[in-house]
Write a protein that binds this ligand. Structure first.
Ligand SMILES: *Cc1c(COP(=O)(O)O)cnc(C)c1O
Length: 383
């Protein structure tokens, strides 16, 4: 049986220290001892999210965090501008529809990146938009959107900026406060290297004013309760305690490595990966590739499902497949968290072998060599 190697863009492998932290006896969450862990976690999250705003911890997967952001900001019949291009951006629209929110849609084909100028135009055309819903790293296509530029245009409008950074934060540059992100949503199981089941929200004072002014059609996700509890280092309801214990360890790793070092590392891994696949004649799905995930078109003659199964059975390598219109056509690999140079080189070597075995004309070692060249030139010490 091959060794298991998890390279999906979430969930990702979890550091040993975080796994061990979950193995300890459950602690009670209303104790001084646990509150001190929580305080450390809140501080660690502020650092990872690059914010001085309030950070909240919700016990749910990333999508719960998205729903919380939507229902706390936009009232029923209120207007939301949704930037849609990919599976996860589509989710913003589906949530808004479910809550009877009026949607202004800026839709692009999967793989393309949003233009700040078009966001600006739409906001001028719809001055009553309450909030813009966007995505940092579109995990389904490997696109990294220019949130910094979008932030500049949203800041000059009355609208709030909400960003799904569920997979992007920790993998690619994201400066919540400097870029004017009013609500940032992050998930535990992507670049935060924690098992799934927690979502984090960073909320600006501008966003709080909006939240306080509307009737929020939710009880569990009412963010005012989370803000109040966070002031004393708590959550309003029982948190997923073992996950918090793991998170404390993963955040320690983020802090010790340095967030900017993490950004540089993933950027170099991503460049190496893209150079490797280019050497095989393969193309990325993304017009503007993100750093934490690469989505790659398979040769047309290759059955995507068989390719992924073969990688898994032969080498224990688990990659992501395509979603929606990309199903069966692409593979996706994470360059986040614990994924390192050897992983990328090994993955590329395995991809070469499987493609060769499936009948594609491959020069073995060509992808590995191209990736290695990028790594050899990379300035890994940059902090
Ligand atoms: C994973 C992911 C989600 C969904 O998160 P869940 O934890 O599966 O609910 C949403 N958006 C993006 C960009 C993601 O990568």
């Amino acid at each position: 049986m091959p060794k298991k190697r998890l390279f999906t863009p979430g969930p990702v492998e979890v550091p040993q220290s975080a796994l061990l932290a979950m193995a300890r006896q459950v602690r009670h969450h209303r104790t001084a001892e646990f509150r001190s862990t929580m305080s450390e976690v809140f501080e660690g999250l502020k650092y990872a999210l690059q914010t001085a705003n309030d950070v909240l911890i919700l016990s749910c997967s990333g999508t719960g965090g998205m729903e919380a952001a939507m229902v706390n900001l936009v009232p029923r019949s209120g207007k939301a501008l949704v930037l849609e291009s990919g599976k996860f951006a589509e989710r913003w629209r589906l949530i808004a529809e479910r809550f009877g929110i009026e949607i202004v849609r800026y839709e692009l084909p999967w793989g393309e990146a949003f233009e700040a100028a078009e966001v600006e135009r739409l906001l001028k055309q719809h001055p009553d938009v309450v909030a813009v819903f966007s995505t940092l790293q579109e995990t389904s296509t490997g696109v990294g959107h220019d949130i910094e530029a979008i932030g500049r245009v949203v800041r000059n409008s009355p609208a709030l900026l909400v960003v799904d950074g569920i997979s992007g934060v920790g993998a690619m540059e994201c400066r919540t406060d400097a870029w004017g992100i009013d609500v940032l949503v992050v998930g535990a199981q992507k670049a935060m290297m924690t098992p799934p089941g927690l979502a984090f929200l960073a909320v600006s004072s501008r966003a709080w004013r909006q939240i306080e002014s509307i009737t929020r059609p939710t009880f569990y996700f009412d963010l005012l309760a989370y803000r109040k509890a966070a002031q004393s280092g708590e959550t309003p309801y029982t948190p997923a305690i073992p996950l918090i214990e793991a998170l404390a360890e993963s955040l320690r790793l983020v802090r010790n490595t340095g967030i900017e070092t993490l950004w540089v590392r993933t950027k170099l891994l991503s460049r190496a990966m893209l150079a490797g696949i280019a050497a095989l004649g393969l193309k990325p799905v993304a017009k503007r590739p993100s750093e934490g995930v690469s989505a790659v078109y398979l040769p047309e003659e290759i059955d995507g499902k068989k390719f992924l199964t073969r990688l898994e059975e032969r080498f224990g390598i688990k990659l992501g497949g395509g979603q929606g219109p990309l199903k069966g056509k692409i593979f996706r690999i994470a360059q986040m968290g614990l994924v390192d140079e050897v992983d990328i080189l090994g993955c590329l070597a395995a991809i070469e072998l499987v493609l060769l075995e499936m009948g594609k004309n491959v020069v073995l070692g060509s992808a590995v060599a191209a990736a290695g060249m990028v790594m050899g030139k990379g300035d890994w010490g940059l902090a």
